[in-house]
Design a protein around this ligand. Structure first.
Ligand code: ZN
Length: 240
């Protein structure tokens, strides 16, 4: 029966199409998954840059404070000539001393901040290197993944063409039944009957029915799962 032969061929195509399309749906997820490390490294780079910005701000603030205190000290020194009493003189000396202490403290802080900036710069540079490397790796991986799917898309196109050629050659009732059962079993709407069982659901096929399948003169459906059954002659073992 020609219908049955075509159905077997069609099921082969449909099963492969189902597999390819299912695979196709995974593409965005695969690409997103491949970019996981890159996203992580980029986040680390951002954090390192934020830290560097913060350290830079602190350093500039200390520099400004130091400049202000130095100006303050100069003004104090200029005022020395205006002092008249001893009491005023000692108070003035104390003010100068306090200002100098403050300057020393700010200078120490400034040194610490310079070191902090240097470290933050090195860390940010290292993260930048890692991010660039990951970016490159991800780009390559993406091309690789997409390449795989380009091949799949090509195959989908070819199989769809073949399907369009085969489908109209099947008698209408059979084609309709096949289409409806294919929704339920996209990969196995047409299955082999082997060892007197349906290879779809593994249920035993009554002997008379099995004979009908074997004859291949009509469309036989499994009593249990309603898949279309066909019989394939066992391939003889080649003589050794
Ligand atoms: Zn069955």
């Amino acid at each position: 029966m020609e219908d049955l032969r075509l159905l077997v061929e069609l099921q082969g195509i449909d099963a492969r199409l189902f597999e390819l399309r299912k695979d196709r749906e995974r593409l965005p997820k695969l690409i997103s998954y491949a970019g996981e490390t890159l996203r992580q490294v980029k986040a680390e780079l951002e954090a390192a840059q934020a830290e560097l910005d913060q350290a830079g701000k602190e350093k500039r603030a200390a520099e400004a404070e130091l400049q202000a205190e130095n100006e303050h000290l100069n003004k104090l020194k200029l005022r020395t000539t205006e002092i008249k009493t001893n009491k005023e003189y000692f108070a003035h000396l104390k003010e100068i001393e306090d200002c100098q202490k403050k300057i020393t403290k700010i200078e120490e802080t400034e040194l610490e901040l310079m070191e902090k900036v240097e470290k933050a710069e090195a860390a940010a540079l290292e993260k930048k290197g890692l991010a660039d490397e990951e970016e490159k790796k991800f780009g390559e991986r993406r091309i690789e993944i997409e390449g795989r799917f380009i091949a799949g898309d090509k195959e989908i196109g070819e199989l769809t063409g073949k399907r369009l050629e085969i489908f109209p050659r099947i008698s209408e009732t059979t084609a309709q039944y096949y289409s409806s059962i294919l929704v339920k079993y996209p990969e196995s709407a047409v299955v082999e009957a082997a060892n007197t069982s349906c290879m779809g659901c593994r249920m035993m096929i009554p002997p008379q029915m099995f004979n009908n399948v074997r004859k291949g003169e009509s469309i036989v459906k499994c009593n249990n799962c309603r898949r279309i059954l066909y019989y394939r002659e066992p391939v003889a073992e080649p003589a050794k």
